[in-house]
Design a protein around this ligand. Structure first.
Ligand SMILES: Cc1cc2nc3c(=O)[nH]c(=O)nc-3n(C[C@H](O)[C@H](O)[C@H](O)COP(=O)(O)OP(=O)(O)OC[C@H]3O[C@@H](n4cnc5c(N)ncnc54)[C@H](O)[C@@H]3O)c2cc1C
Length: 307
């Protein structure tokens, strides 16, 4: 059995990565941020041991890399799966430097062949995938949340949840923390997602997306410029290679051109429906159904028909 570590900044990601680690024959130790109950849930996914990494008061969570270095020197895991959140990615890089291990980012596939890990990773902003083989050393792999499914183990494990001692602040201390606006959306779990692109033109037009979402029982998401440039929706709602990856039954978008960085986040959707006024919009290449037309004409008609 492979000695595999899962390190996660978010409980849900710990479950996904644990499921993947178990599926490739791992004896899994989970290090996670979260509460006691969330930690205990890891056993349902097949974890053998669970250790909490609570957010330290006066320094950054990423600094747990120093505590983990000491544990890694002792137990030398063959594989370390880290969730690719901002904190996770920073921790992965720091730990890689500390234990002199390679860090493979943007992981998509992962298999084991004897002593070798066969992986693929996304390159060129999602345009291509690169195959990677690593053997004979600890390898750290950062995984975009949602890449692997969480699957309850046939036989749940059990054990004690312990807590790792907080890292020392050193030269960088945290003097204040400000809470982000509470997240109200779980796009990864949504069955229907309505995508808003820059083609909506003006903010008042998002009412069409909101209404469609309400009729179809879905969530509204958007492209990155809608969040970053137009500021119509918070960051947690944008989809793509640098945002959320979704797998809904239906992704219905309008005014989204379909650049590869966006498509990366939607391509596992079961059905994609796109509306765009440009008949050559790249989104039509990945859509199962599409309508060429103006948002202000098509969306009110669609809403009427669905009602
Ligand atoms: C490193 C990097 C990472 C990135 N990561 C992401 C990411 O994670 N997610 C992401 O979304 N983007 C990402 N981007 C940006 C990406 O490249 C595109 O710029 C972005 O996805 C385009 O957003 P959009 O489709 O909303 O806008 P546009 O590309 O401007 O498309 C607007 C579309 O609306 C149509 N339109 C305009 N008016 C109307 C109308 N009245 N009716 C109907 N259709 C209309 C147009 O024909 C066009 O097709 C990234 C870019 C880089 C460089």
């Amino acid at each position: 059995m492979k000695n595999i570590w899962v390190i996660a900044d978010v409980a849900e990601h710990a479950y996904e990565l644990t499921s993947k680690a178990v599926s490739i024959g791992g004896n899994v130790t989970v290090y996670m941020n979260g509460g006691q109950q969330e930690a205990e849930e890891c056993f349902q996914y097949g974890a053998g041991q669970v250790k909490l990494l609570p957010v330290p008061e006066n320094t950054m969570w990423e600094k747990y890399a120093y505590s983990l270095k000491a544990e890694a020197d002792e137990t030398r895991p063959e594989l370390v799966l880290v969730d690719a959140t901002r904190r996770g990615k920073t921790l992965a890089a720091l730990l890689g430097g500390l234990i002199d291990a390679p860090v493979i980012t943007e992981n998509k596939k992962l298999e084991v062949n004897g002593d070798t890990f066969l992986m693929s990773r996304t390159i060129y902003g999602g345009l291509a995938e690169k195959e990677v083989e690593v053997s004979g050393q600890t390898v750290i792999v950062s995984v975009v949340p949602g890449t692997y499914d969480k699957i309850k183990a046939a036989e749940a494990g059990s054990g004690e949840v312990t807590t790792v001692a907080a890292p020392e602040a050193g030269k960088t201390t945290v003097s204040e923390r400000k809470a982000k606006e509470a997240s109200t959306v779980n796009l990864a779990e949504a069955d229907v997602v309505i995508g808003v692109g820059r083609g909506f033109g003006k903010q008042e037009n998002v009412k069409y997306a909101e209404e469609l979402a309400s009729i179809l029982g879905g969530e509204v998401a958007c492209s990155r410029p809608v969040t970053e440039d137009l500021k119509w929706y918070p960051e947690e709602r944008y989809i793509g290679i640098s945002g959320q990856v979704i797998k809904p039954n239906l992704y219905l978008c309008a005014g989204v051109s379909g650049q590869i960085q966006h498509v990366y986040g939607i391509r596992d959707s079961k059905t994609i429906v796109a509306i765009d006024k440009n008949e050559n919009a790249p989104i039509f290449k990945v859509a199962d159904y599409y309508i060429v037309g103006d948002i202000e004409e098509v969306l009110p008609e669609l809403i009427l028909a669905l009602k």
